[in-house]
Write a new protein. Structure first.
Ligand code: FES
Length: 162
């Protein structure tokens, strides 16, 4: 996805706040992540151009810390719990069904920008294992069939207001 001119302007504004701050690479990237929701290769190139910090150093930071995302989240952010209880209750089968239903792998976003899949550790609802969450809403005792029907509903819907 190409960055808009407003996004690049925002990156410039953030960088300019740290003009006289040595070692500001991480705070700059954190603020970009907070303000824009992700740190794309284009944003990294802009930061490198403005700060003269090598882009390879910035990539190193963004790929090292899991808080950073290189691409925007999809409309539906689906987290699949792979904690012990969920793993024992069938998280792998749920994950496989999800990956097929939304046509993307865990750790990435579907081409239509609708779904981001992510494996996560225990999300604290072990009695409902296996558990997934969609934009923060918990769905428990999932099965491949339930996953397929949930994704069908989501494809027909809109995340706003849910
Ligand atoms: S292990 Fe999945 S919610 Fe705890």
């Amino acid at each position: 996805m190409l960055a808009s001119s407003e996004q690049l302007l925002k990156v410039e504004q953030i960088v300019s706040k740290y003009r006289d701050v040595p070692g500001a690479a991480i705070p700059i990237l954190q603020e970009i992540q907070n303000e824009l929701g992700y740190v794309s290769p284009e944003f990294i190139a802009k930061v490198a151009e403005l700060t003269k910090i090598p882009a390879s150093d910035l990539y190193g930071i963004v790929t090292f810390y899991s808080q950073f995302r290189l691409e925007p989240l999809g409309e539906y952010h689906i987290q699949v719990c792979h904690g012990t209880a969920c793993h024992l209750a069938g998280a792998e089968q749920v994950t496989e069904a999800l990956e097929i239903a939304v046509n993307t792998k865990c750790g990435s976003t579907s081409k239509d920008g609708k779904f981001t899949l992510e494996k996560v550790a225990c999300i604290g609802c072990c009695s409902l294992a296996p558990v997934i969450s969609v934009n923060g809403k918990i769905y428990g005792r999932m099965t491949p069939d339930k996953v397929r029907s949930l994704v069908r509903d989501l494809k027909g819907g809109d995340s706003r207001g849910k």
